[in-house]
Ligand binder design. Structure first.
Ligand code: WTA
Length: 645
């Protein structure tokens, strides 16, 4: 494959950026020409950010899997599409060529069809990182079903909420998943999630761990049996469903500052073009290179840069089932050495955690195949950036610091590897087509003037093809969340700085969303979960700086339950109970790191919790709390300060 739209020089970046802003339609339609369409689009872009209504490649017909699979078969059928490294290094790895992956996707698409899945149905996928997960995702896309992948760390309750919100009629899962030394019983979590569910008709279960599972007659079927079934029926090639460019491709749930997670909806045409374009340009992918993105497909990074971006570009994508620290902290480096990985894309939290093990785990590992390094998910601190640069990239590999979100579909701000300048801690420049700006609290755009650095709230002024179209089942929520704070603009929820060169440094969320180990968690969600625990009267959750996780979760809890006397001692039992409750309601990723018992929370006279004060206390800045005179009971602050953990 060749990528005529791959930017090769900084001058070309500047020229392309200019073109993309002057005439977005001409710019993106020229890029979209490089894909396989059943029918070309009538109109490249129609939009307004008021409703909002955003349509790219309007009237175009396609199937994303024809772009990820079929079009590569003739010339690259024998090229590895997916290399899969199992959790246990002793177990045999698997390689799926484009031909093999095509066959497996077609076969499983038939399985879905014979089980009654139709175009537009919502299919929930809750699996570990095995090739069958990618196959399931692509098989849904093949037949026009809308997939909604849920990360394996979410609890039954979280899954139940998502199933209900999406009105999902099918679930695809595994008996269990291996992650490091753990064996996670996925099917049994699904069984719990399905208690009381009224929409799911069928559960397809792939075997991985051989954990005993209960298979309910009439509802649950084995993946392997179903494959045999379609084999017997002689069903092989599966024609791809013709999709409208604006038909939904998937729903992915993500946390916001209020209420339950919302289902971000991406559509077929724009998402395809944008993930491919950003993949090819940011990582400067060259045909034949091995791309290793360490994310889980349960998050957007896995969707865009393990599955759709790389496969639509005919790349070889490496999928790893396990975790960076098992059996030891050299696992990533061993994988890089074993497969001669060229591009490594990971999260700052992983880098910081591996840094903690020193250079020992790197001994004997040949990392000379690496050409490009990337980070995503949270701001990278300079120390981690330099460690990555010196010890992993040996100062020879450009590091791309890629800023984006579930809602943006693909990378929006990043240097292009080796093509545009990098700067430690800075995501740097927006990709072509992305009109970034900073605004003050009143929504007024901040001018650079003579300032070296300005800061503000990060907004985007016009749509790019990968922008979310709606939040599933509740368009109003999409409007109020992203398009109402600063009318006429998409508001990211992030704060950022900008320097004279127009480079951006993301400083973190300015709303009540936490970023714990690169995972998005809403403070309101965690509070709701804590408040479910019998005996908890009220709680307030804030983030605080954490050396490895980036942010840790600090909970202030008013507790009057029957174990109440325990809070006067160490309170550890109650803490464990509360933690267990959060694990049950959301999942282990949302467990508070610190729980401080308090007798009251700092509130304004109108009853609003003053989180600013709690954040300062959690951060340890207790001398600098600002104005506390508007508090209903300023005394409570003194008590909280004294009890700080
Ligand atoms: C944060 C992950 C700093 C940011 C792709 C954003 C980052 C949130 C970066 C989205 C980065 C992501 N530098 N912060 N390079 N990348 N973020 O939806 O706060 O899981 O709003 O998407 O992660 O998280 P999400």
């Amino acid at each position: 494959m060749s990528y005529p739209y791959q930017i090769k020089t900084f001058e070309q970046y500047q020229a392309d950026y200019k073109k993309s802003i002057e005439n977005p339609e001409a710019f993106w339609s020229a890029i979209a020409e490089n894909f396989t369409w059943r029918k070309k689009w009538d109109k490249t872009l129609e939009w307004n950010f008021t409703e909002p209504k955003i349509e790219w490649f309007k009237g175009g017909k396609l199937n994303i899997t024809e772009n990820c699979l079929d079009r590569h078969l003739e010339k690259m059928g024998n090229m590895p599409a997916i290399i899969w490294e199992p959790n246990d290094p002793e177990e045999h790895h698997r390689v799926l060529t484009y031909r093999k992956l095509y066959e497996k996707v077609c076969q499983f698409a038939h399985v879905l069809k014979t089980n009654g899945v139709q175009k537009g149905d919502r299919v929930c996928i809750y699996m570990g990182m095995i090739p069958e997960l990618a196959i399931a995702v692509l098989a849904c896309a093949r037949i026009g079903a809308i997939h909604s992948v849920i990360f394996g760390g979410f609890s039954a309750q979280s899954i139940a909420d998502r199933l209900e919100d999406a009105k999902a009629s099918f679930v695809i899962t595994c008996d269990g998943a291996f992650r490091g030394a753990k064996d996670i019983p996925l099917k049994s979590v699904i069984d719990d999630a399905l208690i009381g569910n009224k929409t799911v008709k069928r559960v397809i279960v792939a075997t991985r761990t051989r954990t005993p599972v209960s298979m309910i007659k009439g509802r649950d079927v084995w993946w392997e049996d179903e494959i045999k079934n379609v084999e017997t029926l002689g069903l092989t090639d599966c024609p791809a469903e013709e999709m409208d460019a604006e038909d939904p491709l998937f729903i992915l749930y993500t946390s916001g500052s209020t209420g339950k997670p919302k289902g971000v909806v991406h559509t077929c045409g724009g998402y395809m073009v944008y993930t491919n374009y950003s993949f090819v340009n940011v990582f400067q992918y060259q045909p034949g290179q091995i791309h290793f993105c360490t994310a889980d497909i349960g998050w957007v990074t896995g969707h865009s840069y393990i599955v759709y971006g790389p496969l639509s570009a005919g790349a070889t994508t490496l999928m790893f089932e396990g975790i960076p620290t098992w059996p030891d902290a050299g696992r990533f480096w061993e994988i890089v050495d074993k497969y001669k990985v060229n591009i490594l894309y990971t999260a700052p939290t992983a880098i910081r955690s591996l840094m903690g093990f020193g250079l020992g785990p790197l001994a004997g590992k040949n990392l000379s195949s690496l050409q490009v390094l990337g980070t995503v998910g949270e701001p990278i601190n300079e120390e981690a950036w330099h460690w990555y640069d010196e010890n992993i990239g040996k100062k020879k590999c450009p590091i791309v610091d890629t800023w984006w979100q579930t809602e943006t579909g693909g990378i929006l701000i990043s240097n292009l590897a080796g093509v545009t300048p990098s700067k430690p801690g800075w995501a740097t420049l927006p990709l072509p087509g992305v009109q970034v700006t900073l605004v003050d609290e009143n929504g007024k755009e901040i001018e650079q003037g003579d300032a070296d650095i300005v800061s503000g709230n990060l907004c985007i002024k016009a749509p790019w093809p990968g922008i979310l179209r709606t939040t599933y089942g509740d368009h109003e929520r999409c409007r109020t969340n992203y398009f109402a704070t600063y009318p006429g603009m998409y508001f990211t929820g992030d704060g950022a700085m900008r320097n004279k060169e127009g480079m951006y440094r993301i400083t973190g969320r300015v709303d009540d969303v936490l970023n714990v180990s690169g995972h998005r968690i809403g403070t309101a969600e965690v509070e709701n979960a804590i408040n479910m625990h019998a005996g908890v009267v009220e709680s307030a959750v804030v983030g605080y700086p954490h050396e490895v996780k980036g942010q840790g979760i600090y909970a202030f809890v008013i507790y009057q339950g029957s174990h109440g006397q325990d809070t006067h001692g160490t309170g550890d039992l109650v803490r464990k109970d509360i933690t267990q409750t959060v694990t049950r309601i959301i999942g282990p990723i949302a467990k508070p790191d610190k729980i401080q018992f308090v007798s009251g929370l700092p509130k304004t006279r109108s009853g609003k919790i003053m989180r600013r004060i709690l954040r300062k206390i959690a951060e340890g800045e207790t001398d600098n709390l600002g104005d506390t005179t508007t508090l209903l009971d300023p005394g409570v602050v003194e008590e909280i300060k004294k009890g700080r953990l």
